[in-house]
Ligand binder design. Structure first.
Ligand code: C2E
Ligand code: MG
Ligand code: MG
Ligand code: MG
Length: 280
């Protein structure tokens, strides 16, 4: 009897589970050729200096427009690319394309700003990653100081010693380092003690309810003070409302990223935004 029930419940759940893992499999193999079929493109989201209200950086956000699957969210395809290893090649392509685009904007005479690039743990631990990344941006006529690398607390989880060494190499090469989704990982404080980072990005889960949640207000205030007492800059991401902005301004947050100022933009739109809001 128990066996029979077990079988029934198996039958009940199986189709859904199968559909889900089938989608993953198919997306994973479609992604493998996406680069060559030119289905990948870069979006850029402005980051503004809160005091001067000027754009001083933009985060590079990868987009996949699949003829079969439509616009697939990076929240779905990046984890797949991390599982099947494709992220290493894709990540390299992102950095190179971003560097090319930035150099193009400089040639066009746009006000100067930095690009922030998201790095996966797997990419980060490739042999000689720091030297390789530096060579890649230099080949496009830029320097590592034109870039900020966004890491999550997950990069340090498996091997903190390697992470410490690689981060020191990236710093020595001249890259700015930023901790993305700060406050959601496992090792916030030990991370800050061991690694020399330039910036913390307050996770949007703490920003979302800033208008009316006292706990989030407390957490955000504490992260801003923590960053400043360690001589780091702090960025709030996911800022959508004037109320959130006012609170962040009052607490001395340095940079703002979110729909309040702009959604992620195609390259041409970012250039327009920069002409209005970039520089001094
Ligand atoms: P992330 O690095 O934390 O990026 C911020 C995400 O928040 C982006 O989602 C952005 O579009 C979204 N966002 C920005 N402002 C707002 C706002 O005001 N409201 C709301 N609701 N959302 C906002 P997106 O573009 O879907 O990217 C999701 C995640 O995918 C990124 O999170 C990052 O972890 C990953 N990702 C994106 N591009 C790359 C890449 O080139 N390489 C790697 N390794 N990961 C990437
Ligand atoms: Mg930044
Ligand atoms: Mg990011
Ligand atoms: Mg984030």
């Amino acid at each position: 009897r128990a066996k029979q029930e077990g079988r029934n419940s198996y039958r009940f759940y199986a189709p859904e589970m199968q559909a889900n893992s089938l989608r993953k499999l198919e997306l994973g193999s479609a992604l493998a050729g996406a680069q060559q079929r030119e289905e990948l493109w870069l979006a850029f989201q402005p980051q503004l200096d809160l005091r001067r209200q000027r754009m001083i950086a933009a985060e590079v956000l990868l987009r996949w427009n699949s003829p079969k699957w439509g616009q697939v969210s990076p929240a779905e395809f990046i984890p797949l690319a991390e599982t099947n290893g494709l992220i290493v090649g894709i990540g390299e392509w992102v950095l190179q394309q971003a560097a090319r685009q930035l150099q193009q904007w400089r040639n066009d005479g746009l006000p100067v700003f930095r690009l922030a690039i998201n790095l996966s743990a797997l990419q980060f631990i490739q042999p000689d990653f720091a030297a390789h990344a530096a060579a890649l941006v230099q080949a496009e006529g830029l320097t590592p100081a034109d870039f900020e690398l966004e890491l999550t607390e997950a990069v340090a989880l498996n091997n903190p010693d390697d992470a410490q060494r690689i981060m020191a190499e990236l710093k020595a090469a001249g890259f700015y380092l930023s901790i993305d989704d700060f406050g959601t990982g496992y090792s916030s404080m030990s991370y800050l003690k061991r690694f020399q980072v330039d910036e913390l990005k307050i996770d949007q889960s703490f920003v979302r309810e800033l208008g009316h949640n006292d706990t989030d207000k407390g957490i955000v205030t504490a992260i801003i003070q923590l960053a400043h007492s360690l001589n780091m800059q702090v960025v709030a991401e996911g800022v959508e409302e004037a109320e959130q902005l006012a609170f962040l301004q009052q607490q001395g947050c340095d940079l703002i990223q979110g729909y309040y100022y702009s959604k992620p933009l195609a390259a041409g739109q970012l250039a327009d935004f920069c002409r209005l809001r970039g520089g001094n």
